[in-house]
Design a protein around this ligand. Structure first.
Ligand SMILES: [Zn+2]
Length: 195
């Protein structure tokens, strides 16, 4: 995990949003390989192992198959905004991260619940959990792959973490308008913005 990303993490518990305090164990350059993240509000701690943060209740990793989106397509839909910031890829389509990184120089990538063949390494931080343990309004874009884009819980989470005015891309049926402002949709892929 990029050490800078730890500034954008939150405790996944249902109390008011709180940052997490990093107690680093092993570092490799700017990557935290082992350590612990603690919540100052509820006292919970989360382990970082092999660079991966797991905050619990993550769905089982699915296969990387079945996505109509490629790296070019998702980059165009989420929008190019120059270097800087974090782009979050949720689910199996995080397998595309190397191509996404090549198309988005200077953008840090976060894979949430990716397939098991995506490991935390230089260029991508891997997080697992039942929600996005990410602070509200902190990501430059979120891409929800199948099956996450069909679940209201994950759409709500994506809309929460994206920066105002920036986009969430989902692969699935059109989301309900009370979850997200739908900007465009075609052939099972939609683009939305937080309300
Ligand atoms: Zn907490």
């Amino acid at each position: 995990m990029f050490i800078e990303l730890t500034d954008h993490l939150r405790c996944p518990a249902d109390h008011d949003e709180s940052f997490l305090v990093l107690l680093p164990g092993t570092m490799e350059g700017r990557s935290v390989r082992t350590g612990e993240l603690g919540c100052p509000v509820c006292g919970r701690t989360f382990e970082l192992a092999d660079g991966v943060l797991d905050v619990g209740v993550a769905p089982a990793p699915g296969s990387g198959k079945g996505s109509a989106l490629d790296a070019e397509g998702l980059t165009a839909l989420v929008g190019r905004h120059g270097p800087g910031g974090y782009l979050t890829l949720v689910g199996p389509l995080a397998s595309l991260w190397r191509e996404v990184a090549a198309l988005n120089p200077g953008v840090a990538l976060v894979a949430v619940n990716p397939p098991t063949d995506v490991s935390d390494t230089d260029g991508i931080s891997v997080v697992r959990g039942g929600r996005l343990p990410i602070k509200s309004a902190s990501m430059r874009g979120v891409v929800l792959g199948r099956p996450f884009a069909d679940e209201p819980h994950w759409i709500r989470e994506a809309a929460r973490v994206v920066l105002p005015g920036l986009r969430v891309v989902g692969e699935g049926k059109d989301p309900s308008p009370d979850l997200i402002e739908l900007l465009a949709s075609a052939e099972g892929v939609w683009v939305g913005a937080r309300r």
